[in-house]
Write a protein that binds this ligand. Sequence first.
Ligand code: AHR
Length: 508
Amino acid sequence: MTDRAPVLDAVVDLDVPGPTISRHVYGHFAEHLGRCVYEGFWVGEDSDIPNVGGIRTDVVEALRELSIPNLRWPGGCFADTYHWRDGVGPRDERPRIANTHWGDVVEDNSFGTHEFMALCELLGTAPYVSANVGSGSVQETADWVEYLTRGDDAPMARLRREHGREEPWSIALFGIGNEPWGCGGNLRADQFASLARQHATYARDHGDNRLVRIAAGASDDDYAWTETLMQQIASLGDANPRDLFQMISFHFYTFAGTWGDKGSATEFTRDEYWATMRKALDVRRILAGHSAVMDAYDPQAKLGLALDEWGTWWNVEPGTNPGFLYQQNALRDALVASVHFDAFHDHARRLRLANIAQTVNVLQSMLLTDGARMIRTPTFHAFAMSAGHHDATALPVRDVADRARHDVGGTAVPSVSASASTKDGAVLVSLTNLDPDGPATVRIDLRGRAVGSPVATVLTADDPAAHNTFDEPDAVAPRPLDGVRVDDGVLTAELPPAAFATVRLPLA
Ligand code: AHR
């Protein structure tokens, strides 16, 4: 440990708790896109790849390490082409359809509602089902909810039983549409708001089941979209017998270039690296912007904000189907994830849900598969290291002095990102050194409570482009971080270049 001046100097008041960080901000997403659902999760019962009822065992076991809180399905853009009845009943009788959004391939519907719910049970995760508003009917939405959640002998409950499932499932998270401004119908905000109100009305609570209805929302910083949705929700007024919506969402992706040329996942310059970090950190501004619009209509924060698609989006790996969105995943991706987590913790009051896109083989994945082989990505490890923040109490990191801002095209990008929370008698501090070219000494004054000895873990490599491959699956993996100490309540750590670290401190 050197005694160089700290890059980050900050204070955390351990006796001033912030809001709860919903575990659901660590949610995931599985779309019928490329090799995510098929090959990634579903290999079929006759596969040589070990599976439980067609769902691959290695993927389930790896994801169980993350305690994933929820899984969004079936899309994405696919959700607005999906008619759920195509995916129930005997598999050999299910219709084949064209997946026109993603690769224009034929979808055989072998993975449908029952298979998704079986997957959620194996993962021990909450299902987040997205209804088709773009090309589906209100009746379809109503029927799907009845099929999933109704216990008596109503028609859809009877149909579910005929398909082999006696008991209704318990489902809370229920999406109304996806990207309605684009692939979800190219609708205007006011048009979508009307449609969403209609679908939400008929997405009923059956028996004891209580839905959390999530209206699809804006792209990036389109606050006007959020404003229209909030107006339309507010205008429902008190005459309404129940609240139609519990959350509204938005999407935000990170890349280094433009939508046309987003950059490579593993071959990038320092300028592209910093451009990526500037973009990722922009999530803070955008979370604040949507929250401010919502605050004006809902000062008590009854309605949650959901960032139900986020993550890095690179040019596809050379030689792969452009419609399959398969990309590698480097240390840089893990750092993009960790700065998002810090922003999520800071916005815990309003942000109740977030879903990284996507879990296996698509965009910023946790896992990559190649036939029977599977590897964990650096992003997987960032999620694993952050699991202690699930449902923890946020501890704001304040009075931050960051002495090493990096100038990215006129924007001062901080070189360190941090957040903290407390749960189960311990404090968890997350620290990211974004600088790929120099270490960062961090000093945090932990006030109000005494803490015991720190245990620190770090995810780093010599190069932010370092990544895991099927031949070298552990090139980027967590290891203990030495030299972290607490003296008189002051935590000091030296982070290697391009590193994500977590420090766990028991409360004395
Ligand atoms: O995650 C990939 C796609 O990105 C989703 O289908 C869509 O909602 C978004 O544009």
